[in-house]
Design a protein around this ligand. Structure first.
Ligand code: SAH
Length: 213
């Protein structure tokens, strides 16, 4: 895998585009500028890597659109050493962005093929999550809870209760909620029993699946 001047140039353009679309966080833009997104897409389709679109990664899933990755990451205001739970490892690109921001990342994926690829690829590229787990994101990863931040990268029909319980007090979650179009939803855990919710913009995600298939 090569990261050429051409790739770097395309990333610069992508970052400019994201700025125009309203992404302001310098840290997030910098992470996107420095992570070769084409490494997370099957070779042969590299030319799609720096277009601001989602792209198929197999198992009927997609790598999230760069704007969406930037948006969700910005909403969570990731800081060094934040303990972050990611639901939907997928290609591992969002995971890499979180790690670039020096978060401690626990990520879970329910498609075995994608999980297998991610456990190989991320360390190979120099990104080391604390844990990559094969399993059902609706359950979260209780063993390592609570988390400072939780990011859900698939569209859920409702906010999973078990995930809310795995947030620290003061912890924050970003989750796309809805069937065809999702409302990006921000949740703050105010105290043990109180959560504050804010609805942000409309997005389009692959569904967060229950059971098998
Ligand atoms: N963060 C990924 C986004 C992939 S799309 C990336 O940047 O590439 C959403 C991912 O969520 C898919 O890989 C899908 O398989 C996964 N997913 C869907 N339902 C899930 C569930 N219940 N538990 C864990 N992962 C799930």
């Amino acid at each position: 895998m090569k990261d050429t001047f051409k790739h770097k140039g395309l990333r610069k353009k992508l970052v400019e585009e994201l700025k125009k679309k309203g992404i302001k966080s310098e840290n997030v833009l910098n992470a996107i500028l420095n992570i070769p997104r084409h490494f997370f897409i099957d070779s042969g389709f590299e030319s799609h890597a720096y277009i601001d679109k989602a792209f198929p990664i197999g198992s009927k899933q997609t790598i999230s659109q760069p704007y969406t990755v930037a948006y969700q990451t910005s909403v969570l205001n990731i800081k060094e050493n934040d303990k972050v739970l990611e639901i939907g490892t997928g290609s591992g690109y969002q995971t890499a962005v979180l790690i670039k921001l020096k978060a401690k990342v626990y990520t879970i994926e329910r498609q075995h093929d994608l999980y297998r690829k991610a456990i190989k690829k991320l360390p190979l590229l120099g990104y080391y999550p604390e844990l990559i787990k094969y399993g059902d994101g609706y359950l979260g990863i209780k063993d390592y809870a609570p988390y400072d931040k939780i990011i859900i990268t698939a569209g859920a029909t409702e906010i999973p209760k078990l995930l809310l319980l795995q947030l620290k007090i003061g912890g924050e979650m970003v989750i796309p909620v809805g069937n065809n179009i999702q409302k990006m939803t921000y949740v703050l855990r105010v105290n043990k029993n109180k959560y504050e919710k804010k609805i942000l913009g409309d997005f389009n995600f692959v569904p967060m699946l229950k059971d098998k298939n």
